[in-house]
Design a protein around this ligand. Structure first.
Ligand SMILES: NC(=O)c1ccc[n+]([C@@H]2O[C@H](COP(=O)([O-])OP(=O)(O)OC[C@H]3O[C@@H](n4cnc5c(N)ncnc54)[C@H](O)[C@@H]3O)[C@@H](O)[C@H]2O)c1
Ligand SMILES: [Fe+2]
Length: 419
């Protein structure tokens, strides 16, 4: 894998034309199917506690493992909103010493991870409980890995570079969401170099997680919209990718159904705990689907829009998703048509081509409901070549996309997104 990793798209593209590169990418990412099959045998999804109040039950379960000192990783906003103290109280009441690191910022960077590792070492914490959105969960996951691996975080980015088992990881998502509570990944930002890189390793799957919709009722509308569309993007990219399997497809279909029904409800009423709970199940299922089916160009581009302009991850995905579906459609009509049926868009036709278009229109109308614009105000012409290059590099080495594109095509799609 290391040798293949040196075949970066820019290096390849200087040597051979794009249509001859595609088979290399296809076989590279196609091999993930077999790695995924092998991993299926060893990845154990987290033990799940679900329902309003489940986060406290998770605290009891952590205490039951015999752990005595735990690092709680979160962000200052959640402390301020009062979501953290009840968890600290419950863990303390069960006899655990809790150290809180609340310095996580959106798109966590190495600096925060290292600060949290210092705290972990100072207090001899034996496990990590990450509470928050994807930023806190990803930060907590990498802290747990860094605590046991004496190597730089950048040496852990990529596939399967977390050599030693991390500290036990527990997650409580407060957005629905990234699916980080289920996933093999964690994304680390490098603001100085405008990069966001994933650490992907089955050892990062949390041991236990709580899906507690009640914790999500205070999430503002924009955050609800962005994170809901992030979960939708995970489900769709996992579903249309070439390494999808029946199990991941079923999870993705369930996620698309739940999001299509419940995202409009939580947008209309953020206090609707039942729909918040349904969305947290959807995000979790989409996270599991993404573990097997992988992601695609939408995430490749969105990660780089995040790195260049700090556009929130879900918001960037939502804006990019319809454009990439328009481009990919000809290679995944049956999958998009099935998703249209799942979303209940097949009342008067079974024509797959029509249904595929309807699913893409469904994504556009969900975006409109969310208030997600269809043009990206921050996007600048001078950045387009760099964003496209980085997005293709990420996607071609990591994702089994249904329809490949070259640099010029990707730049053209990005230009369509400009105001
Ligand atoms: N590991 C994975 O598999 C995976 C998948 C997708 C995205 N990600 C990463 O996750 C990060 C994004 O995570 P996110 O979209 O969940 O947002 P986030 O964690 O960055 O949180 C965004 C904001 O929402 C606030 N917030 C969170 N929960 C809240 C609640 N219940 N009430 C009020 N405010 C709340 C936070 O305080 C923060 O200010 C990105 O860095 C992205 O790259 C990871
Ligand atoms: Fe995502």
């Amino acid at each position: 894998m290391k040798a293949l990793n040196t075949l970066t798209p820019p290096a390849l593209s200087r040597l051979i034309p794009f249509h001859l590169q595609v088979p290399v990418y296809r076989s590279l990412t196609g091999s993930l199917k077999y790695i995924g099959k092998a991993l299926n045998l060893i990845i154990r999804p987290p033990e799940i506690f679900a329902g309003p109040g489940a986060s406290l039950l998770l605290c009891d379960a952590i205490a039951g493992t015999g752990i005595q000192r735990i690092l709680l990783v979160t962000d200052a906003m959640l402390v301020k909103l009062g979501l953290i103290q009840p968890l600290v109280d419950r863990l303390s009441a069960r006899g655990l010493a809790v150290t809180v690191y609340d310095g996580v910022l959106p798109d966590p960077a190495v600096e925060q991870i290292e600060q949290a590792v210092q705290l972990q070492k100072h207090h001899h914490c034996q496990a990590v409980l990450a509470v928050g959105g994807g930023s806190s969960m990803d930060c907590g996951k990498v802290v747990a890995a860094r605590a046991t691996n004496d190597k730089a975080i950048w040496d852990m980015t990529g596939f399967f570079k977390v050599s030693k088992a991390p500290l036990p990881i527990y997650c409580i998502p407060t957005t629905a969401g990234t699916g980080s509570e289920a996933s093999v990944g964690a994304v680390v930002s490098d603001p100085a170099n405008q990069r966001k890189l994933p650490v992907i390793d089955h050892k990062l799957v949390p041991r236990m997680a709580a899906l507690d919709g009640k914790l999500m009722t205070g999430l503002p509308r924009n955050g609800t919209a962005a994170t809901g569309m992030d979960a939708m993007t995970h489900a769709v990219e996992a579903y249309i990718g070439r390494i999808a399997i029946p199990e991941s497809n079923q999870l993705a279909e369930e996620a698309v159904k739940l999001i299509s029904e419940h995202l409009p409800r939580v947008l209309a009423n953020g206090q609707d705990v039942d729909s918040r709970q349904a969305m947290s199940w959807a995000a979790y299922r989409a996270g599991l689907a993404m573990n097997r089916g992988g992601l695609g160009y939408v995430h490749g581009i969105a990660h780089n829009l995040g790195a260049y302009y700090h556009i929130p991850h879900g918001w960037a995905n939502a804006m990019v998703l319809p454009y990439i579906l328009d481009y990919s459609k000809e290679s995944c009509i049956p999958q998009l048509a099935r998703l249209a049926k799942i979303a209940g868009l097949d009342k008067d036709t079974q024509n797959e081509d029509v249904l595929a278009d309807r699913f893409i229109a469904h994504i556009r109308s969900l975006n409109a409901l969310c208030g997600v614009p269809d043009k990206i105000e921050d996007l600048k012409e001078k950045d387009i070549p760099g964003i496209a290059r980085a997005a293709l590099k990420e996607a071609h080495l990591s994702y089994a996309v249904p329809r490949y594109m070259d640099q010029k095509t990707c730049e053209g799609i990005l230009r369509k997104m400009m105001v």
